[in-house]
Design a protein around this ligand. Structure first.
Ligand SMILES: Nc1ncnc2c1ncn2[C@@H]1O[C@H](COP(=O)(O)OP(=O)(O)OP(=O)(O)O)[C@@H](O)[C@H]1O
Ligand SMILES: [Mg+2]
Length: 380
């Protein structure tokens, strides 16, 4: 990298949400100048960066103009204008993850094809161009229909149980995939720097909120056997290497009852399944992402303790100026770390913050996490 860490390196982040906010908290320690682009004038990053710009992440000119005077650009969301990033790369701006990686991951269909071409285990699938295509699929019912683009937090994913559900399917280019009868959803975050060095964080187990389809509860390190964990970690490393990505790659996977692992999807950035690394591991996912994109040695990813992460979601039935109930009681407990994301307004299931519970005793950590889950409520 041309510039060193004397405070003159200009790093741009596309997206100003909570992932960007936690990335900034780490980036400050590297003396970088942080520029953020987000369409929301009150985005969580607004008050934490050197320069905040309000604008569309999907508009070519906005992204190009935001980036043209920066040294390096990274993302906290993959729904960004990739053509602009490609033009910036051609002009010498470093873009990590690379625009070609973001382009591939933006489209879940291209991701699935990439898995197939590279012998990465994943559920059987086929493409349909609209709702009508659902009726002549060769994938057996019940199946999952996924929009190829623009899905997030479970929006864009539908279970189609019978032919009568076809009319509720997405009327958009989608993937139809086999419904995986998984025992657990697991994730591995891997980092790769420009020298090709790679490092994985220990595998984590996720519990989803069935109503919101969001990660609600996450346990690290996992209790699964060494074999399963190393299998998941090698799959993550293989994908990072096949992609030649620079930066973090989160690999979401399904673990079946027979110990098989199928890759669900990728995220080329810090991820909800790595928030517990801030307190739970020697290096956090945010610190690791910066090490990777700055081409520095990767940090030690080992766990320091059992860590459980709970997402603080806006309570169902409340919308408006956010209020946080139960924070004081939660903070009175041992090893409790609260992260609020600076979002002024709550709405049902909006990610408003997270809490990490750290405890050397795993069952105590789980017990405390359950307590906190019923204690803290985000209401209006
Ligand atoms: N083939 C499948 N079989 C069974 N369940 C699935 C399948 N694909 C997705 N799911 C369920 O739907 C959830 C959301 O799917 P996916 O991760 O693809 O969507 P997403 O909108 O990108 O989610 P997020 O942004 O939360 O990661 C998965 O975590 C899993 O619980
Ligand atoms: Mg997902």
């Amino acid at each position: 990298m041309a510039k060193d860490f004397y405070g003159d390196l200009r790093l741009g982040i596309l997206g100003g949400g909570q992932l960007g906010r936690m990335l900034i908290q780490e980036a400050i320690n590297f003396n970088v100048n942080i520029h953020v682009l987000d369409p929301d004038p009150n985005a969580p990053c607004k008050k934490l960066c050197n320069q905040f710009e309000v604008g569309s992440l999907s508009d070519y000119d906005t992204v190009y103009n935001f980036g043209k005077d920066l040294d390096m650009i990274t993302i906290e969301i993959e729904k960004v204008n990739v053509d602009a990033l490609e033009a910036l790369e051609e002009e010498g701006v470093i873009v990590y993850p690379q625009s070609r990686v973001i382009r591939l991951i933006q489209d879940k269909g291209l991701q699935k094809q990439f898995f197939k071409q590279n012998d990465i285990p994943t559920s059987a699938f086929q493409f349909v161009s609209n709702r009508e295509g659902l009726s002549n699929c060769h994938i057996q019912l019940p199946f999952i229909q996924k929009m190829r683009k623009d899905g997030y937090d479970g929006k864009g994913v539908k279970k189609i149980s019978t032919a009568a559900d076809f009319e509720y399917g997405f009327d958009e280019p989608s993937i139809v995939e086999e419904l995986v009868n998984f025992e657990k959803e697991i994730a591995v975050i891997v980092a790769r720097n420009d020298r090709g060095e790679m490092s994985t964080f220990p595998m984590v187990e996720m519990e989803f909120n069935p109503q919101a389809n969001l990660v609600e509860f996450l346990i690290a390190p996992s209790n699964y056997s060494f074999d399963i964990q190393s299998k998941a970690e090698s799959i993550a490393k293989k994908i990072a290497n096949d992609l030649q990505i620079v930066g973090l790659l989160a690999v979401e996977m399904f673990l079946t009852a027979d110990g098989d692992i199928l890759v669900n999807e990728l995220a080329p950035r810090p991820h909800n399944s790595g928030h517990q690394t801030i307190e739970g591991n020697y290096t956090s996912q945010f610190g690791q992402h910066l090490r990777a994109i700055f081409n520095l040695p990767l940090g030690n990813t080992e766990s320091r303790s059992n860590a459980i992460m709970i997402n603080l979601l806006g309570e169902d039935g409340y919308e408006g100026l956010a209020r946080y109930e139960g924070l004081e009681e939660a903070l009175a407990m041992d090893g409790v770390y609260v992260h609020l994301y600076g979002k002024k307004y709550t709405k049902p299931f909006r990610k408003m913050g997270h809490v990490t519970i750290v405890n050397p005793d795993r069952s105590l950590a789980i017990e405390n996490a359950r307590k906190i889950q019923s204690l803290i409520k985000v209401i209006a």
